[in-house]
Design a protein around this ligand. Sequence first.
Ligand code: ATP
Ligand code: MG
Length: 564
Amino acid sequence: MADDESSDPKDFVRSIVAADVEAKKGGGRVATRFPPEPNGALHIGHAKAIALNFSIAEEFGGTCNLRFDDTNPGTEGVEHVEAIIEDVKWLGYDWGDRLFFTSNYFEQLYGFAVELIEKGLAFVDDQDAEAMRANQGSLTDPGTNSPWRDRSVEENLDLFQRMRAGEFEEGERVLRAKIDMASPVLTLRDPIMYRVQKSHHHRTGDEWPIYPMYDFAHGQSDAIEEITHSLCSIEFVGHRPLYDWFVEALGFEKQPRQIEFARLNLTHTVLSKRYLRKLVEGGHVSGWDDPRMPTLRGLRRRGYTPEAIREFCAGIGLTTRDNTIELARLEHSIRQDLNLRAPRVMGVLRPLKVVIENFPEDEVDELDAVNNPEDESMGVRKVPFSREIYIERDDFMEDPPKKFFRLGPGREVRLRYAYFITCVDVIKDADGNVVELRCTYDPETRGGDAPDGRKVKGTLHWVSAQHALPAEVRLYEPLFAEEQPGALDEGADILDQLNPDSLEVIEDARVEPSLAGAEPGLGCQFERLGYFCVDPDSTADQLVMNRTVTLRDTWAKMAKREKK
Ligand code: ATP
Ligand code: MG
């Protein structure tokens, strides 16, 4: 990875941590955390942060906490907490007994706020949101002090206590830090610490009518947990002076060191919960776990493995500069992983019936098929062959061009693991559509080779008509055809960029009988077609299969062609 910030260790974050350990900062201890807000499902961007935090802890013999920054009861919920826990576990990380919630610190945080008031470093402001905004100043102009900024400590304590008692309505009063309205660092312009919010919290119930702002809670939570390295994405650079200010003002002995890294962006993908929620709530996808979603649950349902995602995260490197990774790269990681471990099966997406005229009607030939040519230990299975089979409609052309090496009238091809067949007749319906092929087979070619050494150019996948299982197959394309969705003009909506063809459902595919009873989640390769996995929508009578990824990177090629 070209990365001018990295020196000896893998990346600049690890360099900093290594140097701190070397210098015995904080006793040389390493403690990290992954701090999700439980307001949506985790996405592949979060996976980058999770992998980073947990692997650094592991590499340096430290600890990594899972902490929910649950300071926003309006949008957060226990269902997200449970889903996040499940997803981090699924990714393969273990926080042991180090599961924490910012809401567990509400009492402590309240105490910190009181402490700052007592130190003359916080005040209750009666300005409404509009007035506060007007007095905020800008990047070029200093802000204006609130008229309530110089309240006495006693008055502030009294008002804050009454805020807590629920005496005020939302927006009526806030608690602010008293720092510097002229600071060039905008986050230091008397930031809000507490606001009145009369929402039910999924853990603390109705105990609190006020909630700490994320900016007040986050740094203190890190300090309480004695986090040594607070790794976060780049948008928090401007918050670092504020976090340091709070921790300093409160006199924490062990101060976390914040290091920012660039967020993961992926082409053809939005990674903002705000947009993802919009897709879910608007019914544009089937849920947070829709296989087209970049969420970990979506990717899992799509057939991604934790190994592939971890490999992807390890490979994309760490920088402080904004960058966008090709979606093709994520697809490459799952292809690599499944190539090594997914069993091969045969499935026909768009079946065309083939009758082998010289094959006895009531005979079934059980043929040996290799489960995975990359891994002999995966063994061999039997695939039934009979007089009537299905091949892929695309694998036949009545009037094939020169380069088409598959089936055509009078042509001979190999059926994978089976026999050579030659097309002797084409049956059509009244409209001239091909509905059936009549072929002959050469019994001498059992297993796929001709004893006389004659060659065929094409090898087709197939299934035995009487043995095959019906399946619904869902083919996916990116949710966004745009390479950089979300780069919106004013008034434009992310929904306008949705790819209308992101899902194609094939109702009547056929798959080989070895998939009978396959459990949801099982991944396999349909030979010649791609990697697929069993969807939880499957029933006893009907398999539902998701295409995880094609065998080759067709999407990138398509995008390139379009650009030209
Ligand atoms: P979103 O913008 O998608 O809502 P968020 O940052 O609000 O994400 P949090 O739950 O607060 O979501 O994120 C938890 C952690 O994951 C944070 O430390 C954040 O920096 C990190 N994170 C979130 N998105 C990404 C991303 N795209 N790449 C890397 N890290 C990310
Ligand atoms: Mg956030």
